[in-house]
Design a protein around this ligand. Structure first.
Ligand SMILES: C=C(O[C@@H]1C=C(C(=O)O)C=C[C@H]1O)C(=O)O
Length: 281
């Protein structure tokens, strides 16, 4: 049996939207959904075999995981749903308190890297439940991601708002990869063929969503999500769902900085599913 983890945010949907889940369920494939930190921990425990996880979590566990090639949630600039909301400018956050959403791994580490390396600010961080008002009632700034960040942005007037994808691009010139599609090596060795089919369907789902300019996806989603169709289109268009040499270069730089900041205990090694799969089931 294979368990697929699915991040419960709008941003990753193009990779899952056209998966034939009912057919997969008949083949014994299970789907589990949750915020990134939840899927990260299930994957680490071995309760999830494959799925979208935080790129930072991949970095922490790179010896046990490999990557589905050419799939990610990345941005080449503004990401549109990963924001630092602050009462003071970023250049004055040294010694201040910052609340980090408990849902994130990649963006929490990215914020620490950006503030430490590029703004030279050492702040005091705590990890809390994502809620803009509650976070700012007791902290000077807060980090929100995904759908929480999209909602918070609509009510953030009067605050300094920083898009972390944009910040990363400004300071490094690189794209940032927030989520990767990771596979446990043990699953790749045992169920290579089945995983190969899931990988192909995810790539096809992404290709179809991109080809359709996300229109059917937006139409299905937007009544439940609020906002207008136009802003959802521009949100999806600002995200990038591929992973090639340029993304890998950006991710390696992120890992290097995270290592230098003491957030990773060693430099991760990126390996790909095609190299570690077996031709078993
Ligand atoms: C683009 C986003 O990326 C997400 C950010 C993650 C993190 O910070 O760990 C994990 C998965 C991504 O889906 C977002 O949440 O807006």
């Amino acid at each position: 049996m294979i368990t697929v983890g699915e991040i419960s945010y709008t941003n990753i949907m193009p990779l899952y939207y056209y998966l034939n889940k009912e057919a997969w369920k008949k083949e014994g494939v299970r789907f589990i959904s949750g915020v990134p930190s939840f899927i990260n921990s299930l994957m680490k425990e071995g309760a999830v075999d494959v799925g979208g996880i935080s790129s930072f979590s991949f970095g922490e566990n790179s010896s046990d995981y490999c990557l589905f090639p050419d799939l990610s949630v990345s941005s080449f600039g503004a990401v549109g749903s990963i924001f630092l909301f602050s009462k003071v400018p970023a250049s004055r956050l040294g010694g201040k308190t910052i609340a980090l959403t408990s849902s994130s791994a990649s963006s929490a580490a990215l914020l620490k890297v950006i503030l430490s390396k590029f703004y030279r600010q050492e702040a005091n961080y705590s990890v809390v439940h994502p809620d803009l008002q509650a976070m700012l009632a007791s902290h000077d700034a807060c980090l929100l991601i995904g759908d929480d960040a999209l909602a918070a942005k609509r009510v953030s007037s009067g605050l300094f708002v920083y898009d972390l994808g944009e910040q990363w691009k400004t300071f490094t010139g690189c794209p940032m990869t927030f989520a990767v599609m990771a596979v446990r090596r043990s699953a790749a060795e045992k169920s290579g063929r089945l995983l190969e089919k899931i990988k192909t369907q995810m790539q096809e789902s992404r290709d179809r969503c991109v080809r359709e300019q996300f229109r059917p996806l937006v139409r299905t989603l937007h009544p439940s999500l609020g906002g207008d169709e136009k802003s959802w289109h521009s949100y999806f268009s600002g995200l990038d769902y591929y992973f090639n040499g340029e993304h890998e270069k950006g991710l390696q730089l992120y890992y290097q900085y995270a290592y230098e900041c003491g957030l990773l205990s060693k430099q991760p090694v990126i390996t790909y599913f095609d190299g570690c799969m077996s031709v078993g089931r």
